[in-house]
Design a protein around this ligand. Sequence first.
Ligand SMILES: Cc1ncc(COP(=O)(O)O)c(C=O)c1O
Length: 371
Amino acid sequence: MAPKNTTESINVLAHRFLWEPDDIVLTTVMEHHANLLPWRQKARVEYLPLDARGVVDVTQLAARLEQYQSRVKLVTLLGASNVTGYTPPIHAVARIAHQYHAEIMVDAAQLAPHAPIHMLSPDDPEHLDYVVLSGHKMYAPFGAGLLVGPRHRFSQGAPFIEGGGAVKFVTRDTVEWDDPPAREEAGSPNVIGAVAMATAAKTLMAMGMDNLETHERMLDHYLVEKLRAIPGLRILGNPEAMHADRIGVVSFVIERVPAMLVAAILGYEWGIGVRAGCFCAHPYLRQLLHISDRDADRIRQELRDDDGRHVPAAVRISLGFYNTIPEVDRVVVALTRIARQGNRGDYVRNAQTSEYEPRGIVEDYDWAFQF
Ligand SMILES: Cc1ncc(COP(=O)(O)O)c(C=O)c1O
């Protein structure tokens, strides 16, 4: 099916299960909000604990499934974290889920551009029942995504979005829904988006997903090693424990320099684009930054009063296949200076967006394109 993005895919799927009042969805605290909020509307959401190293505890998964048995309708987790880059053992999770007749959904939004995805045959105990992703994460334009799953899940009842294109026949009072996938694709399709997404996927595959993974892993290991050596910089999560089970996504904080300011300095003074904020994964960020219940309550209250000063934030570097070692070196030099002496220019925090805007910096990025 071709929804707009990962978020819409998960909402469509959540609509498709025939929920009973006691049903449970097992997930992890690491998830993007797209893979948390749609389930909360439908079932009781339980979080699989991470172990002391910060990785998914598969023994706990078996224990929960043993405890809840058929009440667990779905195990849903990300293929790669957009905060720490961690790639949980999705096929081991699938095997355990299937032993208890639960299905598994993998949110592959962050995995798709960085590593191969193997759904495997439905008779393989390690197969993935559902995979969702967004085209724009694979370097395609915004507006086209993917939901893959078994046809039977989508063949009963009304679709998530109703309208033309999803039907066989409509009278004044009745409707004969079309078969999937058309049933879930009401409305005029995003043809250009779908073609662009397919072209992006084919281009990545022609480059070889294994090659991209190897190159990005090399860059990631190099980056992590260099970041570790910067005094005052703390990487979130535990890249050593996650070991090879990572893609090139690294989030961190720098002592005494707000994350949003770090991002502004990197952008305005060094021409380096990073993301700063909570990355739509508030529960995970809260755990990684050790924010207490009391502080979380205080932040919530402040936000109601339009005061976002204490909302936690980190900085994230995302590596892609096009990045190079000299680029990693450059960001490391920049961060070393920021950690040592902060910003060169003068910045003003915008209370609405929490972003920092420079004053008196002459923007000249020509040098940035010499790499
Ligand atoms: C892991 C993960 N899941 C889901 C999403 C949501 O993707 P979209 O906004 O394209 O629906 C993102 C986006 O950042 C993501 O990183």
